[in-house]
Design a protein around this ligand. Sequence first.
Ligand code: TXA
Ligand code: MG
Length: 337
Amino acid sequence: MPQPRGPAPSEIKKAARIIKRGGTVIFPTETVYGLGADALNAKAVARIFEIKRRPLFDPLIVHVSDLRQADRLARVSPAARALMRRFWPGPLTLVLPKKKIVPDIVTAGLPTVAVRMPGNKYALALIGAAGTPVAAPSANRFGSLSPTTASHTRSRLGCGADMTLDGGRAEIGVESTVLACAADGFRVLRHGGLPLEDLEPFTGPLDSVIKGGKKPSSPGQLAAHYAPSAGLALLGKKRIRLRKDLKYGYLAFRRAPDRSGLWKRISRTAVLSRSGDLKEAAANLFSHLHTLDKAGVDIILAEPVPELGLGRAIMDRLRRAEKGEGGRRGGTGPGNR
Ligand code: TXA
Ligand code: MG
């Protein structure tokens, strides 16, 4: 998708100066918007945790604009380097043994660091101009919906960051795939913008260790995450009884339900992809959830999508959202993170 009317070179320079001086910048990537700071400046990185209200046990992804920067941060095995050559810039984060230069706050004290080269020209220009790797989580409050436009970041983060670069809509729309690269092989820690089907020809069959819960293998894989303020219920086998006192939104995969029977009670509907294209569905996922959420519904009913390609990342986000905050009213989930 084209990236229309992005930030001017002078804005990117200004943002790079802010990063160099230890400030924070919201910037576009091809997956979701990031909240960035100089990854080698522990104090600047601490500010990210503060703005996002993110717990310090959840490590950040460090964004680079060339392979040499990755080598400064991590020990890159030949197998990992082959993946970088094939998939970077792009929605693949590699978790590698870290080097000393990376402050502990970035990795939450882990011996590994997550690194990725984003496939967005403004992000690459920013990192290049700053001349330092940029640590950046998604630019939302911890646990809430990820932002795929600059305006999502405004509604979700307020004006916590020193500057925002608006690069239009994120073309992929779900976060990067996170892959652990250990001596004994690769493991998927988070399904994301690079589908398993694309990776496996290069890695062999992949195990994923995505369980969530209290002690996840990747600290960010908490069961409750990516939650709208409304509650979310994934439609499927279990029967859902609509309550009279609640306002419902509906997230359809291909077609909005007929406005008859129970479905008359749906006050707002959004369709992920009329043609059933999972890429389009992923690109629309967070922005549709933002829209339904803003419409003030209490519960979003979400249809499942096929679990292949980007469908895995979509279902992962929907399941975690279901376990999230649990609604303005009448929800059941634990508190928002
Ligand atoms: O697409 C993306 O990856 C976006 C854009 C901004 O690049 N970033 C993003 O960051 O989604 P964040 O912080 O929302 O998610 C980072 C994920 C978390 O699940 C975190 O636990 C995991 O990466 N992670 C980071 N470092 C890790 C490490 N050393 N070991 C295991 N997991 C790690
Ligand atoms: Mg996030």
